[in-house]
Design a protein around this ligand. Structure first.
Ligand code: 21W
Length: 244
């Protein structure tokens, strides 16, 4: 089997923030198996400034600082990004530049699945008040991870990498990926139990101890729907119902 691989470049002024998350668990498995290659670039190393400055005061005044365009531009170019309308025979071969930004589309399962098709993602992490707007000419998409204020785009970039990595073939164990494709795709998960069968007087639902796989499947499906209906009815709205 030919395993496709993905490269993700991360451009940041805080490269050390990425040390832990990518050397543990799933992502480290993906990088060890060479399904994923993560490359962290310190935008500061592209500063031609005497003191390696990467930010400046905003034109028009106001508080906060803005990331200067030149070092960020050079960092983007260093990843192999070409001019905006350059022709690629395979559109997924084009380095796809994403700016992690509170103004972006909120990340969801559909966006993650689509991003996982690209061979090369370039994630730009902002900080302070953001980046110089003219960098948007080199950005293909802006993505947020939700409506809450963070201090920068680094943690959102980690969230994006984590969610995309587990979509790459060969990263998550076969068992789990089959699960992802089954009936409750788009639904909340059913409850899980492990030994002991009785814990502090709380019992495991007896159907799970029955050994009747058909019954167990039906029970889990029912529980998934029940939970989704109760907690996230919004998820049921645009689903094509197979059965209730
Ligand atoms: C947060 C920068 C707020 C600037 C109106 C005018 C990337 C993020 C970020 C940050 C402001 C993401 C203001 C969810 C996030 C990120 C840093 C705006 C005040 N308001 N997803 N001026 N949440 N955040 N500053 O914060 O870079 S993706």
């Amino acid at each position: 089997m030919v395993i496709s691989s993905m490269k993700i470049d991360i451009l940041t002024i805080f490269p050390k923030m990425f040390k832990g998350p990518f050397t543990e668990s799933l992502i480290s498995r993906a990088t060890k198996k060479e399904i994923l290659k993560i490359n962290i670039t310190d935008v500061r190393s592209f500063s031609k400034d005497k003191y390696k400055k990467v930010d400046n005061k905003p034109f028009g005044g106001g508080g906060g600082m803005v990331i200067k365009p030149e070092p960020l531009y050079d960092a983007i170019k260093s990843t192999g990004v070409k001019k905006k309308n350059d022709f690629y025979k395979n559109s997924y071969a084009k380095p796809y530049v994403i700016y992690m930004s509170p103004q972006g589309k909120t990340l969801n399962d559909k966006i993650v699945k689509n991003l996982s098709k690209f061979q090369h993602l370039v994630l730009v992490c902002g900080h302070y008040e953001g980046i110089d707007e003219r960098i948007m000419s080199y950005v293909d998409e802006e993505i947020s991870i939700g409506d809450y204020v963070l201090t920068g785009g680094e943690i959102p970039a980690m969230v994006l990498v984590d969610s995309v990595a587990r979509m790459l073939p060969g990263v998550v164990k076969e068992e789990d990926s089959v699960k992802n494709d089954s009936f409750y795709n788009g639904l909340l998960d059913y409850p899980h139990y492990t030994r002991p069968a009785v814990f502090k007087g709380y019992e495991v639902p007896c159907v799970l101890l029955s050994g009747d796989h058909k019954k167990i499947y039906e029970w889990r499906k029912k529980e998934s729907y029940k939970r989704t209906k109760e907690r996230r009815p919004d998820l049921l709205k645009d689903r094509v119902e197979i059965e209730e």
